[in-house]
Design a binder for this molecule. Structure first.
Ligand code: UT7
Length: 360
């Protein structure tokens, strides 16, 4: 079996509460808390600096346009890249595992938006870890990214190819949103962070029991964005903005309904595959999209509230980073203990969704 022997996480130091967002766009703390459960989130220093300027600006659309046009003034280079957050989370996981980076056989990373068009995030991370020949794989799988990465790592290890794998979900997604009224539906939801896990092949009953992955690309337009890279800030061109092709698109209601439906389906599929019921599971660690989605799924599946981990109030939706951050916190808080059955599930752009059952 392949067991998660250690986890790690990283979030930027800059905290953005709902009140700061309400100074930038027509929204309110009450609206955001009621619809999403989010109270604050962490963002890159560049996003934070931009938000402070936007909050003070008299003509906010003009300020935002100028940012997209010319960056933050003196530079268009990001001070923090997604690979930096990935590195911090990875180093914590390695330290917690008592390993050096050289002892990892393979890296599988996922980030919705990479640092560069190429090479990929896992490769940039691998270089920052100082490795010179360890294979690195990257996915751009959105919010389901960590589950896909974990399943790929697990399967490669089951096949005997590797013994120890570093799995990472990292995002610097706050850099892409329009923080004026125009982009408020998405801008209040998403935020930055990274989470990592070390997966090790070991004899015995503990480890990943099964993974269940799905994608429906026919509805991709419900939650989509065109090309960016976080190596520059902002990673969007003027022309794209003028043509309205740069903004992330989301049909919030449809995403909500599909998320609840697919979470329910895939959790049931995972339970059935292992001949288990909801009450057999000690801890459910779901992608932290929105508290209302978590509650709707929890109610429908009759998951006791105290078994459904939730930290969306503090971090918002950190996409691929959300499951490993929640897992790391739950483990650190002693909410996941040896022998526990832990069910991970996620849903995001694509749509792509999945579930993984682990005997901890
Ligand atoms: O990983 C998956 C990522 N995506 C998600 O998880 C998103 C899933 N969807 C949702 O969470 C919800 O659909 C939202 C939180 C995005 C929106 O909640 P809702 O209850 O579905 O609101 P709505 O889209 O139906 O909009 C209701 C009103 C609209 O105004 P009108 O047309 O009624 O006048 C929106 O323009 O709320 C308005 N609105 C806002 N108001 C204040 C939209 N965004 C905001 C905002 N602040 N940030």
């Amino acid at each position: 079996m392949n067991r998660i022997v250690a986890t790690g996480m990283a979030v930027p130091a800059c905290v953005v509460d709902n009140h700061l967002l309400a100074r930038c766009m027509d929204t309110s703390d009450a609206w955001i808390v009621q619809r999403t459960g989010i109270r604050e989130r962490r963002v890159s220093p560049d996003t934070y600096r931009m938000l402070q300027g936007l909050a003070e600006a008299a003509d906010k659309p003009a300020f935002m346009r100028a940012v997209f046009d010319r960056g933050l003034g003196e530079t268009i280079d990001s001070t923090l890249m997604v690979s930096d957050l990935a590195l911090e989370a990875a180093e914590m996981a390695l330290k917690n595992a008592g390993l050096t980076a050289e002892e990892v056989d393979c890296i599988v990373a996922s980030s919705t938006i990479p640092d560069y068009a190429y090479p990929h995030t896992g490769c940039v991370l691998q270089g920052k870890l100082g490795l010179t020949s360890t294979p690195a794989i990257s996915l751009q799988q959105g919010c389901a990214g960590f589950l896909y990465a974990l399943a790929i790592a697990d399967q490669m290890m089951r096949g005997g190819m590797y013994r120890q794998t570093l799995v990472v979900g990292a995002e610097l997604i706050s850099t892409i949103f329009d923080y004026t009224d125009r982009g408020r539906d998405m801008a209040v939801l998403f935020a930055d962070g990274a989470g990592a896990a070390v997966l090790r092949a070991e004899p015995g009953p503990r480890g990943v029991l099964s993974s269940h992955l799905h994608t429906d690309g026919t509805v991709m337009d419900s939650l989509a964005g065109e090309v960016w890279g976080t190596s520059t800030y902002p990673p969007v061109s003027r022309r794209k903005i003028d043509e309205d092709r740069s903004r992330p698109r989301m049909q919030g209601r449809q995403v909500f309904v599909q998320a609840v439906r697919r979470f329910k389906e895939v959790v049931r599929e995972c339970l059935a595959a292992n001949a288990l019921g909801v009450n057999d599971i000690d801890r459910f660690i779901f992608h932290q999209a929105n508290l209302r989605i978590l509650e709707a799924v929890g109610d429908a599946l009759q998951i006791p509230a105290d078994r459904l981990y939730n930290n969306v109030d503090r971090y918002g939706n950190t996409a691929a980073a959300s499951v490993p951050i929640a897992l790391h916190e739950a483990v650190t808080q002693g909410l996941v203990r040896e022998g526990d059955l832990v069910l991970l599930a996620a849903f995001g752009t694509g749509f792509s969704w999945g579930a993984t059952l682990i005997r901890w």
